[in-house]
Design a protein around this ligand. Structure first.
Ligand SMILES: Cc1cc2nc3c(=O)[nH]c(=O)nc-3n(C[C@H](O)[C@H](O)[C@H](O)COP(=O)(O)OP(=O)(O)OC[C@H]3O[C@@H](n4cnc5c(N)ncnc54)[C@H](O)[C@@H]3O)c2cc1C
Length: 410
């Protein structure tokens, strides 16, 4: 067993760290207040190979593996604790991979080079007004085959990057019901690539979020939207399974980026308690400060290990064919369960150490608290859904009749 990095991983971390600290970290407050990621940052990310990095070089991607992708996610989280830039990064990394794996060559040639150059956005749209956790019950958006294409009606909600897609162009991978038979279960859905900007019949909606302000959250209604057949992504009626694969990738990177953001805040806290005095002594000399520091550092290190184990498991699957979908789902769910919760705990405790200053916008900690909460509330699956996935792997399907039937249809 080796807990170190290869030379390639070490150099990659250094390169992303330097870029993120120099180009992104000084602009996080600006990103939070203007609610935009500056184009220079997107351009810099493109030049670094940080846009959809797992996509192959033939489409302008970096051909990175999941460990490299997780290293970058951690460094981006460390630099932008509001998590706006990391969200853009990891949504495109995870779902860009699914599009790269399952999209039609014709559409990939049109879309992916623009995504990797930072000229188009690539997002995911599974959630609907009826809910995000229970995809089977809540996904009502219908896709009906007509002539040589598809016609869509329905609505998606709480979708990251709707404004970006409308402004820059690009696609959202959208899950739609293609088999109306209630008995079809998980085999009733198909993925489609929907370009929000150019497509007629799309009505966007927007939410005012509490955090990660630099990337938008919205939704879109589809009324008699028509798309040609080559916009189908993956096999007919296998969309649910492709979605689960993408979620495992996204959740692994979420683990890494929450670890990075929490580490950045913890480091700020350590600097502060060493120099701030109360009762004639540095705060760091009080056990009431030291003990939570020790506990939280240990928790954070545990989450970091779980997260890199998840990235390693992804590489076992995709590079070595030595892990299954269930292995990656379990590993990623553990990372996604713990990282946002531990990250939030770290930030909340460090806020105490800063006293009143932490409750102001003079300090960045409040941006971190607002941002990281998105990942325990729900983005890419709630904490309870992570628990359901983990319990399903431990107990088997018979104890979890409402979770997806893991052995059926595989
Ligand atoms: C900032 C942000 C960005 C997002 N971006 C995207 C995006 O880009 N694309 C996209 O498709 N979606 C996105 N989402 C939506 C996200 O996937 C959903 O919020 C999430 O899946 C939960 O769905 P819901 O909000 O409808 O809550 P619900 O599914 O209604 O769940 C509500 C609560 O009930 C709990 N619950 C549900 N079922 C069970 C159960 N069986 N046992 C115990 N507890 C249960 C949940 O854990 C949750 O606490 C985003 C969400 C946020 C907050």
């Amino acid at each position: 067993m080796d807990f170190g990095w290869t030379e390639e991983q070490r150099l990659w971390r250094r390169a992303v760290h330097d870029f993120a600290q120099n180009e992104i970290a000084p602009r996080v407050r600006e990103i939070d207040t203007t609610e935009r990621i500056p184009p220079e940052i997107i351009q810099g990310m493109a030049e670094m190979g940080l846009l959809a990095p797992v996509v192959g070089e033939e489409y302008g991607g970096a051909g990175a593996d999941w460990t490299m992708a997780a290293i970058a996610a951690e460094e981006l989280g460390r630099a932008d604790i509001s998590l706006a830039v990391p969200v853009l990064y990891l949504v495109e990394a995870a779902w860009g991979f699914i599009f790269y794996k399952y999209g039609t060559p014709e559409l990939k040639e049109e879309i992916l080079p623009k995504v990797t150059r930072g000229e188009a956005f690539l997002g995911i749209a599974t959630t609907e007004p009826g809910g995000g956790s229970d995809i089977l019950g809540a996904c009502r958006t219908r896709a009906v085959r007509e002539g040589d294409g598809w016609v869509f009606n329905g609505e998606k909600m709480f979708i990251s990057g709707v404004r970006e897609s409308l402004e820059w162009g690009g696609i959202h991978l959208m899950l739609a019901r293609t088999d109306p038979d209630p008995e079809a279960g998980h085999r009733a859905f198909t993925f489609f690539a929907v370009p929000l900007k150019e497509t007629e019949g799309i009505t966007p909606t927007f939410f005012e979020d509490m955090g990660r302000m630099g990337i938008s959250t919205g939704g879109f209604a589809l009324q008699d939207v028509r798309l040609p057949a080559h916009h189908q992504v993956g096999e007919l009626n296998r969309g649910f399974y492709h979605a689960m694969e993408g979620f495992s990738a996204a959740r692994t990177l979420i683990g890494a980026t929450c670890v990075g953001a929490a580490q950045a805040v913890l480091d700020m806290g350590i600097d502060h308690i060493r120099q701030r005095e109360a009762f004639g002594r540095p705060l760091a000399s009080f056990e009431g400060i030291q003990f939570p520091l020790a506990d939280l550092y240990t928790e954070l290190e545990g989450v970091r290990l779980i997260t890199y184990k998840a990235a390693w498991t992804m590489d076992q699957k995709y590079k070595h064919d030595a892990a299954t979908h269930y292995d990656i789902a379990l590993a990623a769910a553990m990372a996604k369960l713990r990282a946002p919760l531990v990250g939030f705990e770290v930030m909340n405790e460090v806020a105490n150490w800063f006293g009143a200053m932490a409750y102001t916008k003079e300090l960045p900690v409040e941006m971190g608290i607002r941002g990281i909460r998105s990942y325990s509330i729900g983005a890419e699956g709630t904490v309870n859904i992570m628990r359901i996935i983990i319990a399903r792997e431990l107990l088997g399907q018979e104890f979890l009749p409402t979770a997806y039937e893991r052995r059926k249809g595989e």
